[in-house]
Design a protein around this ligand. Sequence first.
Ligand code: 9YT
Length: 129
Amino acid sequence: MIVRDIKDLIGTEREVQGPGWTSRRMLLKKDGMGFSFHETIIPAGAELHLWYKYHLEAVYCVAGNGSIEDLATGETHQIYDGVMYALNEHDRHILRGGTEDMRLICTFNPPVTGREVHDKDGAYLPDES
Ligand code: 9YT
């Protein structure tokens, strides 16, 4: 069994930051679950252009607010405590922080391996190990 307290991850190798996001990676590929599991903080007002070409991601908001724009349809969906979105078609999107920092629980399939950050297209590169 794996039991982890987020407080023990802050400031370690498992905390990764990029422009407009901080990710605390509670489960990684090496933990052997077949998916990774993260807490992600998106500050108020942030704007991220993302396109997970090589991963599927599901995201569940547990605090704060923001929105996601689906670049295939032009639709924007509000995000707040209780809303989940799943990028089941590797959907290109813009994630926007709202008026309060968003706290998101995210899972990636296949799992991220460690300290991935987005490339110029907003993707994490595939794991080739
Ligand atoms: C929601 C999203 O994709 N934010 C970017 C960071 C990512 N969730 C991660 O690595 O935790």
